[in-house]
Design a protein around this ligand. Structure first.
Ligand SMILES: O=C(O)CCC(=O)C(=O)O
Ligand SMILES: [Fe+2]
Length: 407
């Protein structure tokens, strides 16, 4: 079936009769019920707000032709908007239309014409003059009458080699709340005078791979300073792809690099990280601090922090591979956003102000395959982290090889 010019595009939206409908939908509330109505309205506005977030999630999938995920997101968006019916402002109503429009087209692409038809009809109740959707309704009716559009195809989840770990990733991210095992806690000074007065509060998360969480590693004020310094420089995050760096759908966030000269707070943080790990973090032995901001639906699908090929741009620094990662949670999140270790089958919840540490390489210099990890999608809230990637060179005497070449 042909799909030319049927799907929604922003510039083709028709807004002609918005004001007329705004008047028709003004809530009529008796004066004595006004307060109760206002309260109910607030709940509904929350739903509408959430609906707008789900629509954005749906559109990310829609734009890449991933109807498997766009349908799930947009169904939820439409459900939330329907719940908020009656307390709409202009933005909510146009957002419902947007979600209906994209959902109808997603169902059409999935071969479910009757669903596409009923959603398009619902759309026309709000925007009866939209000619594109009217034409789609006529087309869907015809397809159903002639029986040419009845072949619903089971939707395939998009697949590719990088998604082979997808089942485990989704399962880990959908666990209600990431739980830590409470393997053991200790105060650590790591032989550093710097930590004597304020030892690091270490919680062992796993021993293989070696992952530790350091609670209260930074203060609220430091986290705010770092977010504030990075804010103006944030840009869509990139990933290593062959010899280049590029944007990828599997990493949705914004990020910025901060040198330690940017602010005394960054400098103090670098000193603390060096004391904690006992590693040399002076350039070029470690990268600058990377500050990352994930919005709703932002995520980083399973990946290794270390290079798995010598052609990787990581080697441009000529200081070897990334031996270890320190990741600091600069914010809390309301839901989602945990850090999932896929093969090791556990995830770490976002703990504000804590730093997560793990070795990416084994002592023999080989990558530790058990460190495959991901930043789960943020379901509600705004997630900020700061990454410090430490390289092999400079650490030869700080983390020496073991006598056993297999270690
Ligand atoms: O955000 C997270 O939880 C993980 C981030 C991450 O793995 C990365 O930035 O390399
Ligand atoms: Fe990572």
């Amino acid at each position: 079936m042909g799909t030319g010019r049927m799907g929604p595009e922003k510039d083709r939206r028709q807004n002609g009769d918005r004001q007329e409908r705004a008047d028709r939908m003004k809530p009529r509330t008796a004066q004595d019920g006004a307060r109760r109505e206002r309260e109910r309205g607030r709940d509904r506005q929350d739903e509408a707000g959430a609906g707008r977030g789900q629509t954005r999630g749906g559109q990310v999938a829609y734009d890449t032709g991933d109807y498997y995920h766009s349908i799930a997101w947009l169904e939820e968006a439409v459900r939330l908007f329907r719940l908020s019916y009656g307390s709409w402002n202009l933005e909510d109503r146009s957002s419902l239309e947007d979600a209906l429009d994209h959902l109808a087209f997603s169902y059409f692409m999935a071969g479910n014409i009757s669903h596409a038809l009923s959603l398009s009809r619902e759309f026309l109740r709000y925007d009866p003059r939209n000619q594109r959707v009217s034409r789609n309704v006529a087309k869907y009716k015809k397809l159903l009458e002639t029986g040419t559009g009845t072949g619903t195809r089971p939707l395939q989840r998009p697949n590719s080699t990088r998604l082979q770990s997808r089942d485990a990733y989704e399962e880990l991210c959908q666990r209600p709340r990431a739980q830590l095992l409470h393997l053991g806690c200790s105060y650590e000074t790591n032989g550093s005078p710097f930590l004597l007065l304020q030892p690091a509060k270490k919680e062992m998360v796993r021993t293989q791979p070696h992952v530790a969480l350091y609670h209260d590693f930074i203060t609220d004020a430091e986290a705010e300073t770092i977010k504030g310094l990075a804010g103006p420089w944030l840009q869509r995050s990139v990933v290593a792809s062959g010899e280049k760096q590029q944007k990828a759908e599997y990493r949705i966030s914004k990020s910025a690099w901060l040198k330690d000269t940017a602010d005394p707070v960054v400098q103090a943080l670098e000193r603390r990280m060096a004391a904690l790990t006992g590693l040399d973090l002076r350039p070029p032995y470690a990268e600058h601090l990377q500050v990352v901001n994930y919005g709703l639906g932002g995520h980083y699908e399973p990946h290794f922090d270390h290079a798995t090929s010598t052609k990787s741009p990581l080697y441009r620094m000529k200081s070897g591979n990334r031996i270890a990662t320190i990741m600091i949670y600069l914010s809390a999140v309301e839901a989602g956003g945990s850090t999932a270790f896929i093969y090791a089958n556990f995830s770490v919840p976002v703990v504000k102000n804590a730093a997560l540490f793990w070795w990416n390489l084994r002592r023999n210099g080989n990558g530790d395959g058990d460190t495959l990890h991901a930043g789960c999608p943020v379901l509600a809230g705004d997630k900020w982290v700061a990454n410090k990637w430490i390289h092999e060179h400079g650490q030869e005497f700080r983390r020496p090889c073991s006598a056993d070449p297999q270690d």
